[in-house]
Design a binder for this molecule. Structure first.
Ligand code: ZN
Ligand code: FE
Length: 248
């Protein structure tokens, strides 16, 4: 068992505080130190590990200060040790990261960045996807090719449907607007919009999602049904990059 607490940080980032049964703790992608330190103080918790999904500033911004204040050890992809501040543990694809009596499998999923990884807790059915897979969307291709990103998303899709998806940003409603632009008359998407808006009005996160849900509604994952998924995905990603958010 690993307990997850969702910490909204910066404008629309999420950091995730994890606590294993034996009290070992970790924070996934601390965007900033202060909100995490405030949480630790308020709940009287130690911090043992900082787990990064990728090197972008809005995911590693709190690394050094947090590590200094708590002694937490910083982990990230082995190839990114020169750009993840304070990185000490070098993770590779298929590695197992031990958190107390639980384990996370490391999945190297390039596309958004070349060194992006996901943390998959199989026994807990939890997947931390950073900026690779969002609810109803996926990350922009800053460093990888569409082929690489599609391969990465396909790897995530091969995990069980009940897997809970914890991503790096609260982008769900903006992503839904894009999904709806592709299928304006889709009743299921319309209903989804009501439900998601209600959550956001109450300031609740729309996460975690599940892989089963994403396989049905995420307009990038549904490219798998196309005759040539990579081509479909490439087109869709380009469309999304050009999508005008002012329609929100
Ligand atoms: Zn990013
Ligand atoms: Fe980000």
């Amino acid at each position: 068992m690993v307990r997850v607490t969702i910490l909204p940080v910066l404008q629309d980032n999420y950091s995730y505080f994890l606590e294993a049964e034996d009290g070992t703790t970790a924070i996934i992608d601390p965007s900033a130190a202060e909100p995490v330190l405030a949480f630790l103080q308020a709940h009287g918790k130690p911090l043992h590990y900082i787990l990064n999904t990728h090197h972008h500033a809005d995911h590693v911004g709190g690394n050094l200060e947090l590590s200094q204040e708590t002694g937490a050890i910083i982990a990230g992809f082995q190839g990114d040790s020169d750009r993840i501040p304070g990185q000490y543990i070098l993770l590779r694809d298929q590695d197992l990261f031990k958190l107390g009596n639980s384990w996370a499998q490391i999945l190297h999923i390039p596309g958004h960045t070349l060194g992006h990884i996901a943390y998959y807790f199989e026994s807990e059915s939890m997947l931390f996807t950073g900026d690779t897979l969002f609810s109803l969307g996926c990350g922009r291709l800053f460093e990888g090719t569409p082929e690489a990103m599609w391969h990465s998303l396909s790897r995530l899709m091969s995990l069980p449907d009940e897997t809970k998806v914890y991503c790096g940003h609260e982008y769900t409603l903006a992503n839904l607007a894009f999904a709806r632009s592709l299928a304006p008359n889709d009743d299921a998407l319309k209903k989804l919009e009501y439900a998601l808006k209600e959550k956001r009005q109450k300031d609740l996160p729309t996460l975690p999602s599940t892989l089963g849900f994403e396989k049905i509604f995420n307009p990038f994952l549904t490219c798998i049904h196309d005759a040539s998924p990579v081509e479909a995905f490439t087109k869709r990603r380009a469309l999304k990059d050009a999508f005008n958010y002012s329609s929100l």
